[in-house]
Write a protein that binds this ligand. Structure first.
Ligand code: ADP
Ligand code: MG
Length: 264
């Protein structure tokens, strides 16, 4: 039996009197794209922020690859191999692509130049950035020294996803990665998501876009009122069903849910 790479049980997170998570469960299995959908305020971002180390849950448990984890910061989650791309575009527009990719974990020059003078090894970072972008099939970004502000929305998002893909060794979490993008650019990001999965990296994709979700997800976690209401698949349920579950108009019996991994 396949075990989840990422698992959350009975997670609770409150903000004063506001309940962000009210006993939420989540399972992500190796090699899958798990979409997380739900109305505004359902707790989607709060749920993934617990795994990104941005929030500490009040109670409940989290596991990564079968081991209990507690993250006190986003860098702890990153060190554990979880990379998150947030809704708000996580790139610095004035910096070039290569610098953006290595923001916060720059490669220093070897020897005393790097260790004492903190000099950056830009050549190495550019070479590696170029390789990462090629690996991901982002062939349209020709110049790795180009400022990110000169890129289109889709290309910027691609840089953010590329950064996550380059450093996320266990799990990639994308919170509304296509919210600000046009149809063609969204298509490119969706292709990136498939490429990541095909390279063996499981992906959590939060999205409002039902078309996108039904196109790319292996399983769909429906979040409602701070918890997991159901897990369905594009094969077993329609978009109308998904919306009905989101709003509480429809419930799904446990035996009809895709709580375990599904084959594609
Ligand atoms: N930092 C915060 N401070 C106060 N309330 C928050 C904070 N983050 C989220 N919330 C609240 O928690 C609930 C869930 O929010 P969120 O996880 O962002 O929902 P979603 O991503 O599904 O739209 C909402 O009621 C929201 O207002
Ligand atoms: Mg959100």
């Amino acid at each position: 039996m396949t075990e989840p790479i990422l698992k959350g049980r009975k997670l609770v997170k409150t903000f004063g009197k506001v309940v962000g998570l009210n006993g939420a469960d989540i399972d992500l299995y190796p090699g899958e794209v798990l979409a997380v959908i739900g109305d505004n305020g359902a707790g989607k971002s709060t749920l993934v922020k617990c795994f990104a180390g941005a929030h500490t849950p009040d109670s409940g448990t989290m596991e990564l690859a079968g081991r209990p984890v507690e993250f006190r910061s986003t860098s702890e989650a990153r060190e554990a191999g979880i990379e998150t791309v947030y809704q708000t575009l996580a790139v610095s527009p004035a910096l070039d692509i290569s610098t953006n990719l290595y923001l916060g974990r720059e490669i220093r020059k070897p020897g005393i130049l790097g260790s004492v003078f903190r000099m950056l090894d830009k050549k190495q970072m550019r070479a590696e950035s170029s390789q990462h972008l090629q690996d991901l099939g982002i062939a349209t970004i020709q110049n790795i020294t180009q400022a990110v502000e000169t890129l289109s929305g889709g290309q910027r998002q691609a840089v953010a996803v590329a950064r996550a893909a380059a450093f996320g060794s266990q799990v990639i979490i994308l919170d509304e990665p296509t919210a600000a993008l046009g149809v063609r650019e969204s298509g490119r990001v969706l292709q990136l998501i498939r490429d990541l999965r095909d390279r063996g990296l499981p992906v959590v994709l939060i999205s409002h876009d039902m078309q996108n979700v039904f196109e790319v997800a292996d399983r769909i976690h429906v979040q409602r009122l701070g918890r997991r209401a159901a897990v369905i698949t594009p094969q077993t349920h329609s978009m109308n069903d998904a919306v009905a579950i989101m709003t509480g108009a429809m419930t799904v019996d446990e035996e009809d849910q895709a709580l375990g991994p599904v084959s594609r």
